[in-house]
Design a protein around this ligand. Structure first.
Ligand SMILES: Cc1cc2nc3c(=O)[nH]c(=O)nc-3n(C[C@H](O)[C@H](O)[C@H](O)COP(=O)(O)OP(=O)(O)OC[C@H]3O[C@@H](n4cnc5c(N)ncnc54)[C@H](O)[C@@H]3O)c2cc1C
Length: 403
């Protein structure tokens, strides 16, 4: 006989950590996000506090100084951070992907060298696939690494849209080591390139890596997105992810694996921003009055609130499902694609509905929803557009249901 147990969506530990992050967001991020956003300023004091809270080492094992938590708990934390400001989750996102790559594919030496400093946030990581001429079609990248006589690899090429491109100390960069390989993914390798955080021109050991001024964006401000120009940057063979013998030609596979967890992470951001939009709409709709009553008393507004809350719940559930499957070691490519698609679209839709509920004031920079309206569309693009998610979902569905 089945025994009924109370519904639990979080363990006690997960409740404790998400509550801690929620309080941090309410106290430190929400009151200051507008100012940083309007000035497009890096939120240094917030990032420093995140280091103290250990948020750069959430998924890094305790033996390397991290918290050793799973993807599910990480996704819960990301939802809370994004409820405050998605740029804050952007500061940790690429770092999280870098630590995932190291943990899954790195050599023992690479893990020992980088993970302890990454766990404390002393060095932060970026990851770089996109180029000026390609984003979705990753196999079309043009950057190369060629082995020189002294055993170093010389990296040349231009990368685009690198989140944390300037202030990071490590970039996990995908380049072609065999540009003639057929299919192209077999000739692609991931290098761990070190750089000087904050330097637009690197010198000494890191010479040959320049970072042009940050790209001016519609939203997702505060965290920098930059190009990276590799021009004769010399990288030791030991900095091939997984080592030269095991890692050469494996970069595409490694990066696609990391994108799977990256998609869960973006999905959690979609849930977080949607949740915040709902909160704002719930408050505003009870304050604003038209035709003699609060707008929340009009059924048309209640229907908007109802649809928002329902979609958020669905997006959260599918996001948690994808994360839990990954943590359980199950194949979750399809679910991660679904989570990313549903949650990012939900983020955009809920923000738009909350914006409509704010009427003319939603268009004013005095109101938080204006920032959310500029931030939400990024989630439709990063870690694969909605069209690309549909392609992934369609392909995986057919693979799983082949007749
Ligand atoms: C703020 C920001 C931060 C970013 N951060 C990073 C980062 O840290 N690292 C990184 O590597 N990249 C990053 N990116 C890049 C991002 O991953 C790409 O922008 C994204 O993958 C889309 O690539 P694209 O811009 O080249 O668009 P394209 O690939 O040129 O696509 C253009 C349009 O065509 C559609 N399309 C493309 N191919 C198909 C197809 N086969 N079928 C149907 N439709 C298709 C797309 O869905 C899209 O609508 C960032 C982007 C932004 C805006």
């Amino acid at each position: 006989m089945a025994v009924a147990v109370g519904y639990q969506d979080k363990t006690d530990d997960q409740k404790a950590i998400t509550e801690m992050v929620r309080q941090f967001v309410d106290k430190e991020i929400l009151p200051t996000a507008e100012e940083y956003d309007h000035e497009d300023k890096f939120p240094e004091p917030i990032v420093e506090q995140m280091k103290e809270l250990g948020l750069f080492g959430v998924t890094i094992p305790e033996e390397y100084g991290g918290m050793g938590l799973d993807l599910t708990t990480y996704a819960m934390i990301v939802e809370e951070l994004s409820r405050g400001w998605i740029s804050i989750s952007g500061v940790v996102n690429t770092h999280f992907i870098g630590s995932y790559l190291l943990l899954k594919f790195g050599t023992d030496e690479q893990k020992e060298k980088y993970l302890p400093k990454m766990a404390t946030g002393e060095i932060r990581a970026a990851f770089s696939l996109s180029e000026p001429e390609c984003g979705s079609d990753v196999q079309g990248i043009k950057s190369t690494a060629r082995k020189a006589d002294d055993g170093f690899y010389e990296i040349n090429g231009q990368k685009m849209w690198v989140t944390n491109g300037l202030l990071s100390g490590l970039v996990f960069v995908l380049v072609k080591t065999d540009p003639k390989a057929e299919p192209p993914y077999k000739g692609m390798t991931c290098f761990i390139t070190e750089k000087e955080p904050g330097a637009s021109e690197n010198t000494g050991d890191y010479e040959g890596l320049d970072i042009p001024p940050k790209i001016k964006k519609m939203g997702y401000k505060g965290v920098e997105s930059t190009e990276l120009v590799y021009d004769g940057y010399r990288c030791p063979a030991e900095n091939i992810l997984g080592g030269e013998e095991a890692g050469l030609g494996q970069g595409f596979r490694q990066m696609m694996d990391a994108l799977e967890v990256g998609r869960v992470n973006v999905a959690a951001r979609g849930v977080g921003i949607a949740q915040r939009a709902l909160e704002l709409a719930l408050v505003y709709s009870q304050q604003r009055r038209t035709f003699g009553k609060p707008i929340a008393a009009h059924q048309a507004i209640q229907f908007k609130l109802a649809d928002m809350a329902t979609k958020i719940e669905a997006a959260r559930l599918v996001t948690m499902k994808a994360a839990r499957m990954k943590d359980a070691g199950e194949r979750s490519d399809l679910e991660a694609g679904m989570a990313k698609l549903l949650a990012s679209e939900t983020g955009k839709e809920c923000v738009e509905e909350a914006f409509r509920i704010h009427g003319g004031y939603g268009y004013s920079k005095e109101y938080e929803i204006e920032r959310l309206y500029r931030d939400a569309p990024l989630l439709l693009i990063g870690e694969g557009t909605s069209e690309i998610q549909r392609m992934v979902i369609g392909k995986k569905l057919l693979e799983r249901h082949k007749i």
